[in-house]
Design a protein around this ligand. Structure first.
Ligand code: ZN
Length: 243
């Protein structure tokens, strides 16, 4: 585990990163720089990003109301995300997010939107603009990790530093997802673009490593992806309704 901790900063699929220095935190430990490919430090915040609304939404919990949820399958189109062991992150996360939407609308009184429903290219700004326009109550971004060696594996979820509701969302997702992993990497904070520029509490899940044979094999399984989709959905249910 100690070795794994030293590797973690380089693991996150990087197109959603903003500043490596802030992202390289793990329970307060400073870590090494994140792999540079796909960094998006230059993309400006979307025009409809509203810091005061983001702050206000930290205080708002309305379990009596039906939530508006935006699900964000990462990458897509010209950006496949992580690729390895015969699969592409963009395809895997679209599958899981679509399954999650289907589960939620079939079982919960919620309105669910997805930032993409096919293999299309979106900027990070497109994703957050969409969520802000929908007035979502919370936002969940779906990703798969990767690393330059095949050993690292397992689950982690993220929230924006200082976001109490984001941390609660990330923790609720993690607690439902964790039974599907033997390696639990933790609930972490990071200054990811999509977490920073959404007006509502947000979380980002990294459900396994495409570079790890066992994780990738699981992520090829429809049953496993359905299990993750249900776990994500149940975590969202706990976040909003408290059980
Ligand atoms: Zn990703």
């Amino acid at each position: 585990m100690k070795m794994a901790k030293t590797l973690v900063a380089a693991l996150v699929c990087t197109t959603i990163l903003s500043t490596p220095a802030l992202a390289a935190k793990d329970n307060g430990q400073a870590l090494d720089a994140i792999a540079p490919e796909g960094l998006s430090t230059s993309e400006p915040a979307p025009a409809n990003y509203d810091p005061s609304l983001k702050k206000a939404n930290e205080a708002i919990i309305m379990p009596e109301a039906n939530p508006i949820i935006v699900l964000d399958p990462g990458h897509g189109g010209s950006d496949p995300g992580a690729v390895g062991n015969g699969i592409r992150e963009s395809d895997v996360v679209l599958d899981i997010a679509t399954r999650s939407k289907n589960y939620i609308v079939a079982n919960y009184p919620a309105t669910v939107y997805m930032t993409r429903i096919a293999d299309t290219t979106l900027t990070l700004g497109d994703r957050t603009t969409y969520a802000n326009n929908k007035g979502a109550n919370f936002f969940v971004s779906f990703h798969i990790n990767s690393y330059t060696t095949s050993t690292p594996n397992g689950l982690e979820t993220y929230y924006y530093p200082g976001s109490t509701n984001g941390q609660r969302l990330a923790t609720d997702l993690y607690n439902k997802l964790k039974s599907h992993y033997s390696t639990l990497r933790g609930v972490k904070s990071a200054d990811f673009y999509v977490l920073r520029n959404t007006n509502m509490p947000a979380s980002l899940g990294e459900t396994g490593f495409i570079s790890n044979y066992t994780d990738a094999t699981n992520l090829k399984s429809s049953t496993f992806k359905q299990n993750l989709a249900v776990a994500y959905s149940q975590g969202m249910h706990v976040y909003w309704w408290g059980f």
